[in-house]
Design a protein around this ligand. Structure first.
Ligand code: CP
Length: 320
């Protein structure tokens, strides 16, 4: 049986705890220059059909730490640009003997489709407006490091909730771990479907972030917006920007987060992005550790019982 990570929504709390604990353990070992368990003789396809900096590089780093090889793949440089379907592409990669896939795609549900046809470990690296599970895991690790807990915290997720897979994965994860989640933003960017997510809605910034322990800004995803969703970026910033003035409404020691890439001067200003309260670069760094843990987690399960000791070696580690 292979194990996939296509989203947070269907994970049990115990599985999230396990992944976060493994991430912490791997972080400590990597920072101490110690070896990690090695997954030998496995090749993972890095399928990025949408642009990425953080997620793509951190998965490459994760594979390196685990001693795995990667095969890079982008839509524009592949036979998909000649009309090949996603299904046929996935079947082709399976028959080229790749052992697992990490996949980013603009279509919600694409990694689940890939898992169906590939039949091996598949990790969702962000699909459309659906989920970005490893981003949420890295954010959870960052909050735990800054706050010591997630249970009982108030987390305000501010901005373009409508188009955000980060908002969805974080809402599921944080609520499963006991946080109070609030969605904050203009009506056009808070979809009615949000009523099915675990969280309350505020259309005004002040009550939305009042007393919040964590303020998580979201990027305005103009590439996914239809006309009429936003009157102007300047107006959006005047009403929803996180800065020194608006942060006075949040808890005094609140943590400012953003998954990146940032639109500086829009979702938040330089003062908020670069302040001591900002955890943005910690989020980036923790992305490496949670993705290392995730690859280990999905591949461990896919190895046959005897193969676990054969494929995963504790001795021949590699550190940077
Ligand atoms: N947060 C995030 O997914 O960033 P990238 O698009 O750069 O991977």
């Amino acid at each position: 049986m292979s194990r996939n990570l296509t989203g947070i929504r269907h994970l049990e709390k115990e599985q999230i705890d396990e992944l976060v604990a493994l991430s912490k353990e791997f972080k400590a070992r990597i920072l101490a220059g110690k070896d990690l368990p090695q997954i030998k003789n496995k090749v993972t396809g890095m399928l990025f059909f949408e642009n990425s900096t953080r997620t793509r590089v951190s998965f490459e780093q994760a594979a390196y730490y685990l001693g795995m090889k990667t095969a890079s793949f982008t839509g524009s440089g592949s036979s998909m640009s000649k009309g090949e379907t996603l299904k046929d592409t996935i079947l082709t990669l399976r028959n080229e003997r790749l052992d697992g896939l990490v996949m980013r795609h603009k279509m919600s549900g694409a990694p689940s489709l890939a898992a169906k046809f590939f039949g091996g470990p598949v990790v969702n690296a962000g699909d459309g407006q659906h989920e970005h599970p490893t981003q949420a895991l890295g954010d959870a690790l960052t909050i735990l490091e800054r706050k010591g807990r997630i249970d009982g915290l108030v987390v305000a997720i501010v901005g373009d909730v409508a188009h955000s897979r980060v908002a969805r994965s974080n809402a599921w994860l944080l609520s499963k771990l006991g946080a109070e989640v609030r969605f904050v933003g203009p009506r056009t960017l808070i979809p009615s479907e949000t009523s099915m997510l675990p969280g309350t809605v505020n259309y005004d910034l002040k009550p939305g972030i009042q007393g919040a322990d964590v303020v998580m800004c979201l990027r305005l995803q103009k590439e996914r917006m239809t006309q009429g969703m936003l009157s102007s970026v300047v107006e959006y910033a005047s009403m929803y920007q996180i800065n020194k003035e608006t942060l006075r409404w949040a808890s005094r020691d609140c943590v400012v987060m953003h998954p990146g890439p940032l639109n500086r001067g829009v979702e938040l200003d330089d003062g908020a992005a670069d302040s001591d309260r900002s955890a943005i670069l910690s989020q980036v760094e923790n992305g490496v550790f949670v993705r290392t843990a995730t690859l280990h987690w999905v591949f461990q399960e896919s190895l046959p019982a005897k193969g676990k000791s054969k494929g995963v070696s504790e001795k021949k580690g590699k550190s940077k």
